[in-house]
Design a binder for this molecule. Sequence first.
Ligand SMILES: CC(C)(COP(=O)(O)OP(=O)(O)OC[C@H]1O[C@@H](n2cnc3c(N)ncnc32)[C@H](O)[C@@H]1OP(=O)(O)O)[C@@H](O)C(=O)NCCC(=O)NCCS
Length: 174
Amino acid sequence: MRIFTETGRLILREITMDDIEAMYELDSDPEVHKYLGNTPIDDPEQAAERIRLFRKQYVEDGIGRWAIIEKSSNEFIGWTGFKLVREERNNLTDFYDLGFRLLRKFWGKGYATESALASLEYGFDKLNFDKVYAMAHIDNSGSNHVLKKLGFKFIETFYLEGDLHNWYRIDKTD
Ligand SMILES: CC(C)(COP(=O)(O)OP(=O)(O)OC[C@H]1O[C@@H](n2cnc3c(N)ncnc32)[C@H](O)[C@@H]1OP(=O)(O)O)[C@@H](O)C(=O)NCCC(=O)NCCS
């Protein structure tokens, strides 16, 4: 199993079909989905389908979201990393989006910030990205806070599926 990078407390590795149970716990939690369109899943097969999609992106796009593993427990705590967004968003296509989604029991420990920072370093240093985009629902205080802490600059707001979102960018030179 491929490990991409690590931090003091976390390992970022590829997501595999062995992660179905944890992915189901993550994506069936309504609190996790509060600012993600309010559509939690209710069938483990939907979690399996998401993992297949991530793994397809590894092959087709050379990148995809990565599992975050807590070193002290060896538990899957969520995912972060990049997605190559091919559909048009805000007049852009084919750009890299940074995201993160953690199991609720692991919130508030600084893990989103730590894992996202490691992803950005990998993206800029190893993959040679020159810029990365991110977005968050305007009411998602946690996510907006993490993105600003990471150094993302606010660009503008835009509507996604009827909800207002903040749109951000960070450049390698930042
Ligand atoms: C958003 C999310 C990833 C944050 O994860 P986390 O590991 O708790 O974040 P961190 O511990 O790294 O928090 C970093 C900072 O954000 C703050 N923060 C976290 N949640 C917050 C909230 N709900 N309101 C205000 N601030 C918040 C923390 O206090 C911390 O601030 P500090 O470092 O200045 O003290 C997590 O809540 C989550 O997975 N939410 C559901 C999925 C989601 O919304 N993903 C983002 C989609 S855009």
